[in-house]
Design a protein around this ligand. Structure first.
Ligand code: SAM
Length: 318
């Protein structure tokens, strides 16, 4: 365990322990608790909300890509984790997916999930091809690890990941390079990341160095001054996240992306995104289905690793 290892180290060595090692170790140790346990979790509805939001974002961006005439859709899932978005790509009918993550165990689980998904698919359903890469995407060049060195992406999706790279300019830039340099002209980089302005606002309003509630806690080391890179805070969320993260100063991120010819299309807070998208019938009905799910029945023939979203999907096909 990283924290145990850290305990034994001298203070100078502690600083040397790479942040990427901490992140990989944290996510590698996260247990796959199964659907039933997840449904009892206090963050069950928050997870479902986040999944709904990602589903809508991914669905709408795929519409844009198809509308622009892309026939064969290739996607890079940067920081794919255990493959929580695989079903979204399946629903979107993409052709090829590259899954990359720093945590080797997560990448393995992602691959297992993909293999199971393929096995369980309907006879005449064509499931996308996929490749899996374990890499620190804030240090290593992904294009050098691709099966097809010429592969170009329509979309790079980076969900709840980019903030880990804002430790230094070099890392943030490498992550951005991996996200953008192999995008087709007109391709999209989509993602979700904490709002640095909101975090700082809440910290400044707090009479200590932390804020939160019974489910989450954010702790800074100091306040009053916030460096552009390496502004670290510790994020603790129930049984899921307990790892240091970094503020992403969005105007700087937007500026950095310009070197890859990227242009900002949309930036929205979750609450505003929700307000806007929930008005559409199809998005609202997915939200209703996902939120209405109470602890899952156990004998429905689904795998323990199925998420609320997979459960909805399976029910629709039953
Ligand atoms: N994108 C997935 C999702 O939405 O379910 C996982 C999100 S999880 C909060 C953050 C993921 O980012 C973890 O799987 C972690 O290993 C990955 N990650 C963090 N730093 C990374 C890096 N430098 N390179 C690649 N992956 C990284």
């Amino acid at each position: 365990h990283v924290e145990d290892e850290e305990e034994k180290m001298s203070p100078s060595k502690k600083q040397v322990l790479d942040h990427g090692v901490k992140v990989a170790s944290h996510y590698n140790q996260l247990q796959e608790v199964g659907r039933a346990a997840r449904s009892r979790s206090r963050i069950f509805f928050m997870r479902n909300f986040n999944n709904w939001l990602k589903s809508v974002l991914i669905g709408e961006i795929l519409e844009q890509v198809r509308g622009a005439g892309s026939q064969q859709v290739s996607v890079l899932d940067l920081g794919c984790g255990k493959g929580g978005d695989l079903l979204k790509w399946r629903r979107g009918g993409i052709d090829h997916l590259v899954c990359a993550d720093i945590a080797g165990v997560s990448v393995e689980q992602c691959q297992i999930r993909y293999d199971e998904m393929k096995k369980k698919s309907h006879r005449n359903e064509k499931i996308f091809t996929a490749e899996f890469i374990t890499a620190d995407c804030s240090k290593e060049l992904l294009s050098e690890k691709l099966d097809d060195a010429e592969l170009m992406f329509d979309i790079c999706s980076c969900q709840f990941v980019y903030h880990y790279s804002f430790e230094s300019e070099q890392k943030a830039n490498m992550m951005l390079r991996n996200a953008c340099e192999r995008l087709k002209p007109g391709g999209y980089f989509i993602g979700t990341t904490p709002d640095a302005f909101e975090l700082v606002k809440r910290l400044e309003a707090s009479d200590s160095l932390s804020f939160g509630n019974e489910v989450f806690k954010v702790t800074f080391q100091s306040k009053g001054s916030y460096p552009l890179f390496g502004c670290q805070y510790h994020f603790n969320l129930e049984e899921v996240v307990n790892v240091p993260e970094f503020l992403v100063y969005f105007p700087l991120f937007e500026h950095m992306a310009k070197q890859y010819n990227m242009q900002l299309v949309l930036k929205q807070r979750f609450a505003d995104f929700f307000e806007e998208k929930v008005k559409k019938e199809n998005h609202r009905s997915l939200m209703m289905k996902m939120m209405a799910l109470e602890p899952f029945p156990s004998e429905d023939g689904l795998q323990a690793s199925d998420s609320a979203e997979e459960y909805c999907h399976a029910k629709e096909h039953c």
